[in-house]
Design a protein around this ligand. Structure first.
Ligand SMILES: [Fe+2]
Length: 161
C-alpha cells in the first residue's frame, strides 16, 4: 500500500480557494500513487487475459510519466490562480513567489523528464516521497508565509492553526 499521504488540516492556509486547490493536488497525488505504486504493478494473480493494474494497455508503457505530466499541468494552473489571488490583494512579494513557482515547476519537469528518459513505470516510495516533499515544502513554506501576510492585511486571523 502506498505510504503517501492523506490530507491533513495542518496544511490548510485558511484561504478556501487555495486550500481547495492544494487538497485537490494532494488527492491527485494519492490517485497516482495508488495506480502506479509497486504493488499495483506487481504480477498479481489476475484473471487470464486481464492486465494487472498499472501494467496493461489502459495505463500504457508511459503511463506514469503521462500521469505526472498531467499532475504538473494541474499544479501549474494552481500556481497561476494563486498568483492572480496575490495580484488581486497587492501582495508585495508576489514577484518573488512567482519566481519560486518557476523554480518549483522546473524541478518537477526535470523529475518527469528523468522518469520518462529512464523508462520508470512504477511510482515507488522514493518517487512518492520526492513529490510529497516537493509539494508540501512549498505549501507549508512560501504559501504559509503568504497566508500570514494576507490575514494581517485583511485584519483577520486564519481559522487554521
Ligand atoms: Fe505558491
Amino acid at each position: 500500500m502506498s505510504r503517501l499521504l492523506t490530507w491533513r488540516n495542518e496544511w490548510c492556509l485558511g484561504i478556501g480557494a487555495l486550500d481547495a486547490d492544494h487538497r485537490a493536488l494532494v488527492e491527485a497525488l494519492i490517485d497516482i500513487s495508488l495506480r502506479y505504486c509497486p504493488q499495483a504493478a506487481a504480477p498479481v494473480a489476475f484473471p487470464r487475459g486481464v492486465p494487472a493494474p498499472g501494467t496493461g494497455a489502459a495505463s500504457g508503457p508511459r503511463g506514469l510519466a503521462e500521469a505526472l505530466t498531467a499532475f504538473g499541468d494541474k499544479a501549474r494552473a494552481h500556481c497561476r490562480r494563486e498568483e492572480a489571488f496575490m495580484r488581486a490583494i497587492g501582495y508585495a512579494r508576489r514577484a518573488e513567489h512567482e519566481e519560486q513557482h518557476i523554480v518549483l515547476m522546473a524541478k518537477f519537469d526535470t523529475m518527469v523528464r528523468e522518469c520518462r528518459a529512464r523508462g520508470i513505470l512504477v511510482f515507488d516510495d522514493i518517487g512518492q516521497e520526492w513529490v510529497r516533499d516537493w509539494l508540501l515544502g512549498h505549501i507549508v513554506g512560501c504559501d504559509r508565509e503568504f497566508a500570514r501576510v494576507y490575514f494581517s492585511l485583511v485584519g483577520m486571523e486564519s481559522a487554521c492553526g
